[in-house]
Design a protein around this ligand. Structure first.
Ligand code: ZN
Ligand code: ZN
Length: 141
């Protein structure tokens, strides 16, 4: 059995392909639920308000959104994120629907059809930096 250290609390746990130990994952789930409930009760709240009221880090909320875990209904005014490609407000993920469609077309034309793993790797590394930039921009205002 392989073991590793939890990225958050450093506890040692059996490696089950997650970065966080089961305890931290539970905390994550709970915080995710709190954010989700808050947005449900307060449609239109911006990310700073959500963070202040729930006590959960904006970075974490953005991560929930970027992961696509926190899905906000299309008709809700909770447009907390910007499309990383064109800057359009979006409710979840990293790109607006239009850009997703455009990028899919582009990827299909430049990449061999059976190589989706390289796309995933490159967009993943992009995500980390742009999240940081996004927060820095918000704080300046
Ligand atoms: Zn942990
Ligand atoms: Zn876009």
């Amino acid at each position: 059995m392989k073991i590793k250290n939890c990225k958050k609390c450093n506890r040692i746990f059996a490696d089950d392909n997650f970065d966080l130990c089961p305890i931290c994952r539970d905390v994550d789930m709970e915080e995710f639920r709190i954010v989700k409930d808050f947005l449900y009760d307060h449609p239109g709240a911006d990310i700073q308000t959500v963070s202040q009221e729930t006590g959960i880090d904006t970075k974490k909320i953005i991560r929930f959104l970027r992961d696509g875990k926190l899905e906000i209904r299309d008709d809700s005014p909770n447009l907390l994120l910007d499309c990383e490609r064109c800057g359009m407000p979006i409710s979840t993920g990293r790109f607006c629907k239009k850009c997703v469609a455009e990028m899919e077309r582009e990827f299909k034309s430049v990449l061999p059809a059976n190589n989706p793993s390289s796309i995933k790797a490159s967009t993943k590394s992009l995500g980390k930096d742009s999240d940081r930039m996004y927060i820095a921009e918000r704080r300046k205002k």
